[in-house]
Design a protein around this ligand. Structure first.
Ligand code: ADP
Ligand code: MG
Length: 264
């Protein structure tokens, strides 16, 4: 290697370090050979080098955000079997661009157990993380605990402000457990503080008409649903549980009992 070139390489390593962009050193050297043999323009070369740094940063940022989100399992849209839920395919495909996050739109996933609500909610969370948004995933019960703890410590407003910095909050399993009166109010405050500001993804096994019972207060539930669905995509999943596929629904103990009773 010529002296000037090795001097340049050293200087590049120093400059990349000063920019806190360490991948530039390696990419610059590796791509230089490719650029020379392929006759790239200076602009093409510079763009290719910077692209390596930027892609690596985005990928590691997304990885960090995905880890910090607290997903129960890393499920992606690529893992989803659309044959099981053909009716929502187009709706989900539209959401996959991440545009709903910029418009602070919400997504509500409704359907019986095992139809992929948590899977799709997680996948949308991963989409958000890849688009540079901070994400937090928790069950409705966990959110209520979190907000009531904050309230008890006199820092509910601060907690709600802090949560607004997250581009996406996922509330899984609204309706599996009924809430107390206080819980409904905390939840309402969470929904209000994000309204037209940042997105929520909610999942529930219950139709909206049953949410009043879950929240123990029809008026609070109605006000909350109003804000949630004002700018929202509501996806209704249907059919049998994906968990039970290939196992034969009739192998479930309760159903077998019924069958035996019918036969007997
Ligand atoms: P829900 O939250 O609606 O009860 P989950 O999303 O937890 O259901 O789905 C149950 C299991 O089945 C998960 O492991 C999930 O990844 C898987 N699953 C559900 N639907 C699909 C699907 N259409 N394609 C691939 N896996 C699915
Ligand atoms: Mg679930």
């Amino acid at each position: 290697m010529a002296t000037t070139s090795s001097e340049s390489v050293k200087q590049l390593a120093y400059l990349a370090g000063a920019l806190k962009a360490p991948r530039i050193t390696e990419a610059a050297e590796r791509l230089a050979d490719q650029a020379r043999s392929a006759g790239w323009s200076f602009e093409d070369y510079l763009a290719a080098v910077l692209d390596r740094e930027v892609s690596a940063r985005n990928a590691s940022g997304a990885q960090l955000r995905i880890r910090a989100a607290g997903f129960p399992a890393p499920k992606t849209l690529e893992d989803f079997d659309w044959d099981a839920q053909p009716a929502v395919r187009a709706q989900v495909a539209a959401l996959a661009s991440g545009g709903f996050l910029l418009e602070a739109r919400n997504v509500v996933l409704l359907g019986p157990p095992g139809t992929g609500k948590t899977h799709l909610a997680t996948s949308l969370g991963i989409v958000a993380a890849r688009h540079g948004h901070r994400v937090l995933f928790a069950t409705a019960t966990d959110w209520v605990t979190r907000l009531s703890d904050a309230h008890r410590q006199g820092r509910l407003p601060q907690e709600l402000t802090r949560l607004r910095r997250y581009g996406l909050i996922i509330v899984d399993e609204v309706g599996y457990l009924p809430f107390e009166q206080d819980a409904a109010n905390f939840f309402f405050q969470l929904v209000s503080s994000r309204y037209e500001h940042a997105s929520l993804v909610l999942t529930s096994n219950l139709p909206f008409s049953s949410w009043g019972g879950v929240f123990g207060d029809q008026a609070v539930a109605a006000a909350m649903i109003d804000r949630i669905v004002h700018h929202a995509d509501v996806l209704t999943l249907k059919g049998a549980s994906y968990r039970l596929r290939g196992r034969g629904i009739d192998s479930l103990p309760s159903i077998r009992t019924t069958t035996e009773q019918t036969q007997g």
